[in-house]
Design a protein around this ligand. Structure first.
Ligand SMILES: Cc1cc2nc3c(=O)[nH]c(=O)nc-3n(C[C@H](O)[C@H](O)[C@H](O)COP(=O)(O)OP(=O)(O)OC[C@H]3O[C@@H](n4cnc5c(N)ncnc54)[C@H](O)[C@@H]3O)c2cc1C
Length: 409
């Protein structure tokens, strides 16, 4: 017991940090716990920011992850508006010169929205924080048309929310189709069709040029001409907040950024962990970094377990994330490969189906549209990695759990 840490500090107060802190207290850890955040809001969930919060269906208090009352009850010191710059020998140094001593440190600093050079201004919005979302939400009622740069998940969710508010949307996507690398051609085409059906003017293969603010709006230059809008939302990916690791001599992924960790989320510095969007897990010759809630929660939980002497690491789980667009619940599982055979169960036309991605007869990924009921079985099929008859997958008369039993017998 004496080797276990007696104090714990998190740098960042998002999903990963909160998962760690909650589990520690639930499991009876009675040492000092400090949560540092460079934001001025109590920890909150980001997924609603592009969905129900943006549409005005929820308020900031509805998206809270950890409130002050819980922190007081659980003796967690929540320090808002403080920025950590480095960590060494059990001390986290803050930019104001103060230090926080701790036996164990979790770097859970997340990512920030990627900026395009020269694309800034009063009518340019990026979406990562509650403040960003509040600003966009305040601007939307006066907007008749918006441009969205980037057809990834956040851009798509903003487009869907804006359409729900009756705003005209032009989405400019650099790729041949939105999400083509995640979904493959057939499903990306379905996805593009969904947005077009709901009125989005989706233009693919569009690298944007300059963005110029005018007296009444903004002009986005593309190879096919200017797009006029009242405001532009730039949603072109994210950059890991790994500066604290660089300043502390920790390894970062030289290509995509992110703090390098092992399977247990440990960095090379004893007692220093990293988890969530900022953590790059070393796998083979490369690194895997995942920017979704499920991963952040799993990794934060794994760190807490390691701290109380119950390590196990985040076992190689099936990646899972969701997105809500229009009235549809979309879920993504696994990592689709480009050569996959796609087997569809349900109706694509009826927007109620699950697509299985198979390689060598084995399911390695899935994309579900309003098919939450099939997702648990799909997750197990992917995790098992066993050969499954395609016809049985497609046949709605086949119970997927029975199929699981049959193939695993
Ligand atoms: C608009 C939006 C919609 C999303 N929708 C979905 C969804 O539908 N499904 C899904 O699975 N995922 C979604 N995500 C992604 C999900 O929110 C992230 O995967 C998750 O928040 C990651 O948690 P985290 O703890 O790693 O980092 P974060 O939640 O980003 O928290 C990191 C915190 O650390 C702070 N910080 C950074 N540097 C420092 C420092 N030096 N000192 C102190 N504090 C610091 C940051 O300001 C931030 O508050 C969405 C994200 C956004 C932005």
């Amino acid at each position: 017991m004496s080797d276990l840490p007696r104090s714990f500090v998190t740098v960042g107060a998002g999903q990963a940090a909160v998962a760690a802190v909650r589990l520690l207290r639930r499991r009876g850890f009675d040492g000092r716990v400090t949560v540092l955040s460079d934001e001025n809001h109590a920890p909150y969930q980001r997924p609603p920011l592009s969905k129900e919060y943006l549409r005005g269906d929820t308020e900031p208090e509805d998206v809270t992850l950890l409130d002050e009352a819980w922190c007081t009850e659980n003796a967690v010191e929540l320090r808002l508006g403080v920025r950590a710059e480095s960590v060494a020998e059990g001390r986290v140094r803050l930019t104001d010169g103060c230090e926080v001593e701790s036996d164990a440190v979790l770097l859970a600093t997340g990512v920030r929205a990627r900026r395009l050079p020269g694309v800034e201004g009063e009518r340019v919005v990026h979406l990562r924080t509650l403040d960003d979302a509040a600003r966009l939400r305040d601007m939307l009622p006066a907007a008749e048309r918006i441009a969205v740069v980037g057809g990834g998940l956040i851009g798509s969710e903003v487009a869907a929310s804006a359409r729900a508010l009756g705003i005209a949307v032009t989405t400019l996507e650099a790729g041949a189709l939105p999400l083509i690398s995640q979904l493959g051609f057939e499903m990306a085409e379905f996805y593009a069709g969904l947005h077009r059906e709901y009125g989005v003017d989706l233009r693919c293969g569009q690298e944007i040029g300059t963005v110029t603010e005018t007296a009444s709006g903004v002009l986005v230059q593309t190879a096919d001409g200017d797009v006029e809008a009242d405001l532009v939302v730039v949603a072109v990916g994210a950059v890991p907040n790994d500066e604290i690791a660089r300043a502390s001599g920790l390894e970062v992924d030289p290509v995509r950024g992110g703090i390098v960790v092992d399977d247990s989320c440990r960095t090379a510095l004893p007692g220093v962990f990293a988890a969530g969007d900022v953590a790059s897990r070393a796998v083979g010759d490369g690194f895997v970094r995942v920017e979704h809630v499920d991963n952040a929660t799993t990794q934060g939980t794994a760190v807490a377990k390691a701290l109380i002497g119950k390590p196990g690491g985040p076992a190689e789980d099936v990646p899972w994330y969701w997105s809500d667009q229009y009235e549809f619940g979309l879920q993504f599982l696994g990592r689709p490969r480009p050569d996959a055979e796609i087997v569809v169960r349900g109706s694509m036309a009826g927007r109620n189906f699950i697509a299985f991605y198979l390689s060598g007869g084995r399911v390695h990924a899935s994309f579900a549209v309003d098919r939450g009921g099939d997702v648990p079985a799909a997750k197990q099929l992917i995790a098992l990695g066993l050969a499954v008859p395609a016809a049985a997958l497609a046949d709605e008369a086949t119970d997927l759990f029975d199929l699981l039993d049959t193939v695993s017998a």
